[in-house]
Design a protein around this ligand. Structure first.
Ligand code: KIV
Ligand code: ZN
Length: 509
């Protein structure tokens, strides 16, 4: 019988530390719901002491998500731990995750603490967390660069103080698979108490080895892996959840371990996270990249057509990609549309379905063939729709390579209609200036990107913008067959988000 590895998802905590990523509470809850469908064992929902927004997100997720255990991060001090406990108080299965650095470099330069002081702080922190919840995780930050004798003492003390999970992070992505595998093996040999608890790893990808290091740790006795969807996370990111899970699944013969993950939700989860964070997945990314199941060369295509396993080690269906690439069009009815949605794994309410169908019909008037990618984009737009205070009612632009670009817009702001015009450096700049004038807001445009949702000249353009206001970053998304309209919609979407509570400070925790 294969042993089960717990999947601890940190997309909403370490993943949100990805530069330029900022999610509001509503978006975090949507991701948490999807992680629940994916059946992760633990959701790290945030770092409650870091900001009011983080606290609220952890609290909201703790109140609403009852499948996975919910955890919040806390440094090894009472203030952090008390705040995490408060945020988690309505969770069905709360876990407090407390950490302190254990490497000589971190202790000397960052903490300015001796080994004995770190040990004492760790024990006090675990005891404090234990006074609130049964399930307490202790992490030794920068464990992979720590002295082994001290690490053993620290873990032993944390377990004796009540820790139920011991996490071994490779905080700076420095280790290698062999070295890290040996570290886990040594810890298990030298700390007898480790037998009583879950042994977790948390690997960063600075040298591109986060997944390999995590798998080596599993091979040597780790029973929980911390990872993030699409490999998001601080700097080069964390180990990618989808890669760990599919490696364990596909190579069960070698690893002999399974997970509780419903892999058929992997693709949608990746898509949702990419849409909400505005971080695109590279096409050649393992498992979820657009090319992960595409066979380009004639020899490969021939092989796959006669026998899939010639070049395919896992099926697209196993991650929730459908092989049925049926294209819908103007004449497709509600039944075909809702059937397709079901096949793509969406469960919509009647109202959401009705709205999505209207958008589909609207799009079918402009675009001949509607692909799965189009449908996914439309539905996500519907399902993720936030309350709109600013609404784009109308816009008009004129531009040319020898002319000054001008734009006029009409916005509905609350109950009022406001019209404005502006000139700019190109039609999009002019539109953005007119929008800013109309709503009397000024923001810095930090990033703008455009991508076609599917192929063809009539493809929809998806625009993602990141704007900065009062030191916070907000991501907006707009979708249309007209790129000026998608640009305007993305901008108003981001402006609307500035009026919602939350948004991460443009800095690090
Ligand atoms: O990378 C790291 O060490 C962390 C810890 C807080 C677990 O993110
Ligand atoms: Zn980390």
């Amino acid at each position: 019988m294969s042993r089960k590895i717990d999947i601890f998802d940190t997309t909403l905590r370490d993943g949100e530390q990805t530069p330029g990523v900022s999610l509001n509470t509503y978006e975090k809850l949507e991701i948490a719901k999807q992680l629940e469908r994916l059946s992760v064992d633990v959701i790290e929902a945030g770092f409650p002491i870091a900001s009011h927004g983080d606290f609220k997100a952890v609290k909201t997720i703790a109140e609403n998500i009852k499948g996975p255990a919910i955890t919040g991060l806390a440094r090894a001090n009472f203030k952090d731990i008390d705040r995490a406990a408060e945020a988690l108080k309505d969770a069905k299965r709360p876990r407090i995750h407390t950490f302190i650095a254990s490497s000589p470099i971190h202790m000397k330069y960052k903490l300015k603490m001796t080994q004995e002081q770190v040990l004492e702080a760790a024990v006090e922190a675990v005891k404090r967390a234990k006074s609130y919840v049964e399930d307490v995780e202790f992490s030794a930050e920068d464990a992979s660069r720590s002295e082994i004798e001290f690490l053993c003492r620290l873990f032993s003390a944390a377990i004796n103080a009540g820790a139920t999970v011991i996490n071994v992070p490779d905080t700076v992505g420095y280790t290698t698979p062999e070295e890290f595998g040996n570290l886990i093996k040594t810890l298990l040999e030298k700390v007898p108490e480790m037998d009583k608890v879950k042994v977790s790893v948390h690997c960063h990808n600075d040298l591109g080895m986060a997944v390999a290091n995590s798998l080596a740790a599993i091979k040597n006795g780790a029973t929980q892996v911390e990872c993030a969807i699409n490999g998001l996370g601080e700097r080069a990111g964390n180990a990618a959840l989808e890669e760990i899970v599919m490696a364990l699944n596909t190579r069960k013969d070698f690893y002999g371990y399974s997970t509780g993950i419903d892999t058929r939700h992997i693709y949608r989860t990746s898509k949702l996270v990419s849409t909400l964070t505005g971080i695109y997945v590279q096409p050649n990314k393992a498992i979820v990249g657009a090319n992960a199941f595409a066979h380009e060369s004639g020899i490969h295509q021939h092989g796959v057509l006669s026998e899939k396993s010639t070049y395919e080690i896992m099926t697209p269906e196993s991650i929730g990609l459908s092989s049925n690439k049926l294209v819908l069009g103007k004449l497709s009815g509600r039944h075909a549309f809702s059937q397709r949605l079901k096949e793509l794994g969406y469960e919509l309410t009647e109202e959401e379905l009705e709205n999505a169908f209207l958008r589909f019909k609207d799009l079918a008037d402009k675009k001949k063939e509607i692909t799965d990618g189009d449908i996914e984009a439309l539905v996500e737009e519907q399902v993720l729709k936030l309350p709109e205070i600013i609404k784009l009612e109308y816009y008009q632009t004129s531009s040319g390579n020898k002319a000054i670009s001008t734009a006029s817009v009409r916005l509905k702001i609350g109950e009022k209609s406001v019209e404005e015009a502006a000139t700019g450096d190109g039609p999009i700049d002019a539109t953005y200036k007119a929008i800013e004038r109309a709503c009397q807001m000024h923001c810095k445009l930090v990033d703008y990107s455009i991508k076609s949702v599917s192929g063809g000249k009539d493809a929809m353009g998806e625009v993602i913008v990141k704007i900065e206001k009062d030191g916070k970053i907000y991501t907006g998304r707009g979708l249309s067959t007209d790129i000026i309209e998608s640009s305007a919609l993305a901008y108003t979407n981001a402006l609307n988000k500035t009026m919602l509570p939350n948004g991460k400070n443009n800095g690090h925790h």
